[in-house]
Structure formats: structure tokens, C-alpha cells
Design a binder for this molecule. Structure first.
Ligand SMILES: Cc1ncc(COP(=O)(O)O)c(C=O)c1O
Length: 365
């Protein structure tokens, strides 16, 4: 048995998402780039590479990882690049997308050897969560003023628009795309490619993938553009668990169980977005609040039901633990960092990375 805590990536479950992505690529003609900000565990890129067209990035290090570990088509994007990194970014990328006209003007010449694009902000999104809403008031994420963009059209041949957030609703996607067309249609007709970003949960069980694919194909035919999708969460959803062990139990008005992990260190989005982890089947007569081992008072994974009383040494699996977890894990409190393990297609499990005291020490100085 592998010592906890560890993330366990199940290749069979990952393949299910990959097959849906491949289906949409084939039906729609769109290309799919893995968004490394969400998931960058390169040990499973050998599998993902066969189903996806490449990667997209948020920084110099991500674009380099995409080029070196995934290969295929590599897109560079960042909210802002520094003078000291632009040459290296360009050396790793097939396309570079600038977040603002001023970044485009600053670096257009340095990026003259690769395709250049600009991020547009349509000022509408599917997100109601202010923190994650790219279209929030005064957003710095992309340009929205059409006359200003028209003045730089000679320096770009593509656009990126990311304004979907955890959007499971095809009707909503369709409506928002319609608004984008109304606002930016004339500009889009003048470029060769458009990336529609991530945040579209099209690998979900009930998502109408054929209607989605038809909508993408119609868009690309109407404007004569190659569409790109940048699925992060949709690529890896439900493929991975975080495996933990109960270290202690106590009763403080509720049954509490403390496990050898922490939301702040290992599943940070639960804390940021005030969500709870998922445990299956979450049934039985024993209810427990499962708590992390950091000092943060609110380090709570959630309240779940179990068939039996929990005792020290019991193991718990938190579901759906691939997206924005391994890329955000940190050494807060010096809590042991989860190892990374892979369940291969033949069912065997191998550990691909373990973190030790030396890693903790070396992360500081
Ligand atoms: C530009 C861009 N592309 C892709 C993504 C991936 O989004 P998701 O993981 O929700 O699919 C994000 C997420 O923030 C993003 O900002």
C-alpha cells in the first residue's frame, strides 16, 4: 500500500475524457489544447498527447513545460510578460497571445517569427463568482474596445477569448458566443484563428457534444477561422482522487476526523471558492466533519456520511482532485506534500513522484 497522502490519477478515467475531446475535435474541426494552469502532471502526457493538439500556458515556465514535456502545438499567453523573458517565451511557442495592446506593441517585433494574437474581453461571462469572472468590472484580462483593436489588426492573425467558467450549460455557451459574434464578428472575420479558452464542461456526462460541435463548426465556417479550445478542468475531470488517512478523531459537538492532508496546501480551490470536497458514496449512519492537519481553523474538507465509525488508520478518497490541485500545492505548515501515483490501464499502480524533507527545505532558503 502506498503511504498517504497521495494523488492517484486513473488513466482509464482520464481516457474517457480524452475520447470525448477527440470526438469534439473530429466533429467540429476545433483543436484542443490542454490548459497547463489547471493540470500539468506530465507523467500522463504520453496518454493525453494522442488525443489533444498541444498545450496553452500562462507563463514562461508553463510554455516551456508544454514545449518540452507535451510537444505538438504550443501556445503562449500571459497577463503580462517581462522584458527579461519574452525571447525565451517566443523560443518555446508556435503562437503568442498578448493580453493587451500595449504588450503587443512592446513585443510585436520580438515575436515576429511566430503567429501573434490578442486577448479580447467581451465583457460577458458565464461566471457569477466575482473572483473568477474575467468579465468583472475593470477587468485587466483582454481588450474590449473595437476601434482600438482595429488599429493593431496588421500585427495579429488571431484572438483568444476566455469567458466561460465551469459552464455546464450548452444553451448559455451558445448565447454568450452569439454576443461575442455581435460585438466582435467583423474583427473575427479578419483573422485566421480564434481560441475560445477553457471553462466549458463539455466532457460532462449529459453535455450535448454533437450540438456543441455543430455550433463550433458553424462559427468556424462563418468566419473562416480555425477554432481552438483550451480545456483544463474538462480534460481531467473525475480522473483523480486524493488519498488520505485518518490521524485522529474527536467529538466537539460533532464527530470530527483529522486526516494527513490540508485543503489550504493540497486542494486550495476548496478554500478559495468555499466549496467542499467530494466523498463517495457519502452514505451511512455515521456523520463526520473531515478536517485537515494545518493550523488553519477553517481547514475543513466537508461533512460526509460513512457506513462505519471512523478510526485512526482508516483511509478516505477525495474525488475529483486533479484540477488546480497539484499545480497549486504548497508547503504551508510543512505538511507532507502528497505523492503522485498513476493507475495504469492494466490496473497496476505506480508512484511517479514523492516529496521529501529535502524538497521542503529546498523550497526555502
Ligand atoms: C485563458 C484560459 N484558458 C483556459 C483556462 C482553463 O479553464 P478550465 O480549467 O476552467 O477549463 C483558463 C482558466 O482560468 C484560462 O484563464
Amino acid at each position: 500500500m502506498i503511504e498517504t497522502p497521495y494523488y492517484l490519477i486513473d488513466k482509464a478515467k482520464l481516457t474517457r475524457n480524452m475520447e470525448r475531446i477527440a470526438h469534439v475535435r473530429e466533429k467540429s474541426g476545433a483543436k484542443a489544447l490542454l490548459a497547463l494552469k489547471c493540470f500539468a502532471t506530465w507523467s500522463v502526457f504520453d496518454l493525453m498527447r494522442d488525443y489533444m493538439d498541444g498545450t496553452t500556458s500562462s507563463s514562461l515556465f508553463e510554455v516551456r513545460l508544454g514545449r518540452e514535456r507535451f510537444g505538438k502545438e504550443t501556445h503562449a499567453y500571459s497577463v503580462a510578460y517581462g522584458d527579461n523573458e519574452i525571447d525565451e517565451v517566443v523560443s518555446h511557442a508556435d503562437k503568442i497571445i498578448f493580453n493587451s495592446i500595449s504588450q503587443l506593441e512592446r513585443f510585436a517585433d520580438k515575436a515576429a517569427g511566430i503567429a501573434r494574437g490578442l486577448r479580447l474581453n467581451p465583457q460577458v461571462s458565464s461566471s457569477s463568482f466575482d473572483l473568477a469572472d474575467p468579465a468583472r468590472p475593470f477587468s485587466r484580462l483582454g481588450e474590449w474596445d473595437v476601434p482600438k483593436v482595429e488599429r493593431v489588426m496588421d500585427r495579429i492573425n488571431g484572438f483568444m477569448i476566455h469567458n466561460n467558467c465551469e459552464n455546464k450549460d450548452f444553451g448559455l455557451f451558445d448565447r454568450i458566443l452569439g454576443e461575442i459574434e455581435e460585438r466582435f464578428g467583423a474583427l473575427i472575420a479578419r483573422v485566421d484563428w480564434v481560441s475560445l479558452g477553457g471553462g466549458i464542461h463539455f466532457t460532462g456526462d449529459d453535455y450535448p457534444v454533437d450540438a456543441f460541435s455543430a455550433r463550433l463548426r458553424a462559427f468556424s465556417d462563418r468566419y473562416g477561422v480555425q477554432i481552438y479550445l483550451e480545456p483544463g478542468e474538462a480534460s481531467i475531470t473525475k480522473s483523480t482522487t486524493l488519498e488520505v488517512t485518518v490521524l485522529d478523531t474527536l467529538y466537539n459537538g460533532k464527530n470530527l476526523a483529522i486526516v494527513d492532508s490540508s485543503i489550504e496546501a493540497h486542494m486550495l480551490d476548496l478554500l478559495i471558492y468555499r466549496e467542499t470536497a467530494k466523498v463517495l458514496p457519502n452514505e451511512g449512519s455515521h456523520s463526520y466533519m473531515i478536517c485537515g492537519t494545518s493550523c488553519l481553523a477553517g481547514d475543513v474538507f466537508g461533512e460526509f456520511r460513512f457506513a462505519e465509525e471512523l478510526k485512526v488508520g482508516d483511509r478516505i478518497s477525495f474525488q475529483d482532485a486533479a484540477g488546480y490541485t497539484m499545480v497549486k500545492k504548497n508547503w504551508f505548515n510543512g505538511v507532507k506534500m502528497p505523492a503522485i501515483a498513476i493507475r495504469e490501464l492494466d490496473g497496476s499502480v505506480r508512484t511517479v513522484r514523492e516529496f521529501t524533507y529535502a524538497d521542503y527545505e529546498q523550497s526555502l532558503s
